[in-house]
Design a protein around this ligand. Structure first.
Ligand code: PRP
Ligand code: URA
Length: 214
């Protein structure tokens, strides 16, 4: 995948110091799973806040004012699970549809193993939640699943990641130029195993205490 000379206008990298501070805690290999999960949650809240900047609102007297846009949250299992609670705090009426994808570590291609999308796409905005955008294979597969299911214009799809690699951004922007990407950092590159450098290691393993990071 060749990288674009300029970054796509769909890419939004947070410049907020609180985001950068929290991301540094995740990058630190000494951060244990409990703390890691707490910080993933805090960062998700901040990124969700930024990703919702253009959500349509209708002030209501009693209920949450974010009810004009019907929102579906699509966490990519496993690692996206850690982003759900914070997003639900921001969007209490959102529905959550789990999508199970794992990356075959040999081919780096995504494998779908779980899909809990409802029968029809009855929302205005889908937020795909996944801490890592590496090759972009998983994100592209998730977007394709949503589009096949019916999340096509005027339904908007946004990707919310903690860390993105240029390769993943380029892959998503080339295949889905209509999808906005919100992230806390755009890192340098992928290594030969498809891990983001400097990154934070394996986001699923670090949250759930499995395997060995990186
Ligand atoms: C990680 C991550 C993304 C994917 C990114 O999941 O959470 O889903 O890899 O890589 P890509 O952009 O190259 O597709 P993983 O497959 O490790 O599964 P897990 O969350 O169950 O650990
Ligand atoms: N998945 C991760 O969890 N980390 C990476 O760096 C790449 C893919």
């Amino acid at each position: 995948m060749s990288l674009p000379a300029t970054l796509p206008s769909t890419l939004h990298v947070s410049t907020h110091p609180a985001v950068q501070h929290k991301l540094a805690i995740l990058r630190d290999e000494r951060t244990e799973p409990k703390k890691f999960r707490e910080v993933v949650r805090e960062l998700s809240w901040l990124l969700g806040y930024e990703a919702l900047a253009d959500a349509r609102i209708r002030p209501l007297t009693i209920r949450t004012p974010l009810e004009e846009d019907r929102i579906g949250l699509v966490p990519i299992l496993r690692a996206g699970l850690g982003m759900v609670d914070a997003m639900l705090e921001l969007m209490p009426t959102a529905e959550v549809w789990h999508l199970g994808l794992f990356r075959d570590e040999r081919t780096l291609r995504p494998v779908e193993y779980y899909n809990k999308l409802p029968d029809s796409a009855s929302v205005d905005l889908c937020l795909i939640l996944d801490p890592m955008l590496a090759t972009g294979g998983s994100a592209t597969a998730a977007i394709e699943v949503l589009k096949r299911w019916g999340a096509v214009t005027p339904v908007r799809i946004k990707l919310v990641n903690l860390i993105a690699a240029p390769e993943g951004v380029a892959a998503v922007a080339a295949a889905h130029p209509d999808v906005e990407i919100h992230c806390a950092a755009l890192d340098r590159q992928l290594n030969d195993k498809g891990y983001i450098m400097p990154g934070l290691g394996d986001a699923g393993d670090r949250q759930f205490g499995t395997g060995k990071a990186g």
